[in-house]
Write a protein that binds this ligand. Structure first.
Ligand SMILES: [Zn+2]
Length: 162
């Protein structure tokens, strides 16, 4: 059932009915409820991260996601974190995003993730951003990471340094 119809059902129920409908929808796997105690958000099945606070389905804070069969060497991954953080600092982003997603674009290129059309995460809020990372090491680091991890078909996400 699309979430919009579920919303309609919930909207036309009293408090008790609302809980029953939501419990049933959770049990059926249509939605999931954020596990963060301070966050009351219900999310769609297809949502990887909570739309309220950005935590994962398991309740973990917004964090790195390395989409590969292997794990990248720490120094490589930390270098990417530093470069990405510096990039957004130099662009005058304040506050800095919590994390940045490099969307998966192609299996065929040396770098399978876009380093131009990015998604910035501020808690549960996502914002699209056109980056111009020329003159940075970002593309080169992504290429090295792709070589190291055997990419799967997922997006790459890195939390920024604080
Ligand atoms: Zn949440």
């Amino acid at each position: 059932m699309p979430l919009i119809e579920l919303d309609l059902l919930v909207e036309h129920s009293d408090a008790a009915g609302r809980d029953v409908i939501r419990e049933a929808a959770i049990a059926a796997g249509l939605i999931w409820k954020c596990r963060h105690s301070a966050c009351p958000t219900y999310n769609q099945r297809s949502d990887e991260l909570c739309g309220g606070c950005g935590r994962s389905r398991e309740g973990r804070p917004l964090s790195d996601f390395q989409p590969g069969l292997y794990v990248a060497p720490d120094e490589l991954w930390e270098e990417l974190r530093d470069e990405v953080t510096d990039y957004f600092r130099q662009q005058g982003f304040a506050p800095l995003p919590d994390a940045v997603t490099f969307p998966r674009v192609s299996n065929r290129d040396a770098v399978p993730w876009s380093h131009i059309e990015l998604v910035l995460h501020y808690g549960g809020v996502k914002r699209e951003h056109l980056a111009d990372p020329a003159g940075t090491e970002i593309e080169d680091l992504l290429e090295q990471i792709a070589l190291a991890i055997e990419p799967t078909h997922h997006d790459l996400r890195i939390a920024l340094a604080r």
